[in-house]
Design a protein around this ligand. Structure first.
Ligand SMILES: *Cc1c(COP(=O)(O)O)cnc(C)c1O
Length: 364
């Protein structure tokens, strides 16, 4: 039996420090924001190489607050990848703006910078690339395009903790970078959690205010904010896990290297990593036109795989009103029918990864 991701093993490896951290918060008598959240914010900003981090309740809120802080609203358009988790789109819709999808590069699965120009209109406010699967998107042409058109760049880094673009960690390239610490993410809490990082002090302060009822000083409300605060219990767990993030990312890299080496001659399409990218390997995604049969065969022998994602956002009922009929975004649709994510995580053993490889070789 090989699980897709073993979260219990992650807890057991760090049980003592996590239990101590949680107990420290419980004993502190301080249960909303406060020193534990501030300490995590400082440490995560440091890790990302940015000047500011603001903890929020989850990744979707991080994206939504980022767009609100940039005053994106009704009538505005935000350019998003056609191939992403639906949260990227939902954040745009949550502020009343319209998501405008751009197709991915088939090789990297990430937004194709060459296709962005054609999607820009006078209503476009923000480019919102996603570092999908932990692979950094090609940021330089995206940032250049934004500068050229006077647009802002918000990055969805929910899958990219520790990934590097041209040697620099994701976190400080765009105007605001949005993070999720959902338990299954590379840096995962024991529940929902999220953050934004930025090098812009004004934007950081604005988001810190908006996440806390639009209030900087108690009972003084400057804007109609929300309650989306990072929980100190989650912050205390994240502080423990941040210390091992590099080591755990290394283990993911080793598994990815093993998969790429041993699956090279199977006929599967393997992840392609551009020279400038150091992925965080949130997931290891292969492609096959016979994906469903392969997944079912692996399931039968106890190997769990996942599909990221089986239905692209534009084909979801939630976005039926956009009228994006089938075949309007053929690359995203093709990927949704062919992608398969293999077991991946810091607690997957080499012998388990080898068993995944052998099983695939017998089935393809
Ligand atoms: C997980 C994820 C989100 C949303 O994060 P939550 O913390 O679950 O709200 C957004 N975008 C992408 C690409 C994600 O993978």
């Amino acid at each position: 039996m090989i699980p897709f991701l073993d979260l219990q093993a992650a807890y057991l490896e760090l049980k003592k420090p996590i239990d101590d951290a949680v107990s420290r918060v419980l004993n502190s008598g301080w249960y909303v924001l406060g020193p534990e959240v501030e300490a995590f914010e400082d440490e995560f900003a440091d890790y990302c190489g940015t000047t500011h981090c603001v903890g929020v309740a989850n990744g979707l809120d991080a994206l939504t607050l980022a767009l609100r802080a940039l005053e994106v609203g009704p009538g505005d358009e935000v350019i998003v990848p056609s191939n992403t988790y639906i949260a990227t789109w939902l954040a745009v819709s949550a502020v009343g703006a319209t998501p405008v999808p751009v197709e991915p590069d088939l090789a990297t699965h990430n937004i194709d910078p060459a296709r962005i120009e054609a999607a820009i209109t006078p209503r476009t406010k923000v480019l919102l690339p996603v570092h999908l699967y932990g692979q950094p998107a090609d940021l330089d042409p995206i940032l250049a395009k934004a500068r050229q058109h006077g647009l802002k760049v918000v990055e969805d880094a929910a899958q990219a903790h520790g990934a590097r673009y041209k040697g620099q960690r994701i976190g400080g390239h765009g105007d605001i970078v949005c993070w999720s610490f959902y338990p299954g993410k590379n840096l995962g809490a024991m529940g929902d959690a999220g953050a934004i990082t930025t090098n812009d002090a004004n934007l950081a302060e604005r988001i810190a205010m908006m996440r806390n009822y639009g209030s900087r000083a108690k009972y003084i409300n400057e804007v109609q904010g929300v309650n989306s605060r990072l929980d100190p219990l989650q912050a205390s767990v994240l502080r423990v896990k941040l210390k091992v993030l590099e080591e755990w990312t290394e283990r993911r890299r080793a598994i990815a290297a093993l998969y790429s080496d041993k699956l090279a001659d199977t006929g599967l399409t393997l992840p392609q990593v551009p020279k400038w990218a150091e992925p965080a390997w949130h997931v290891y995604v292969v492609r096959s036109p016979r994906r469903d049969a392969l997944q079912a065969a692996l399931k039968e022998i106890g190997i769990d795989t996942l599909i990221h994602y089986p239905i692209p956002p534009h084909r979801q009922q939630a976005y039926a009103h956009l009228g994006l009929a089938e075949h309007t975004l053929p690359v995203a649709e093709r990927l949704s029918g062919e992608v398969l994510s293999l077991p991946m995580g810091p607690h997957l053993l080499d012998k388990q990864a080898a068993l995944v490889v052998d099983s695939i070789k017998r089935k393809v």
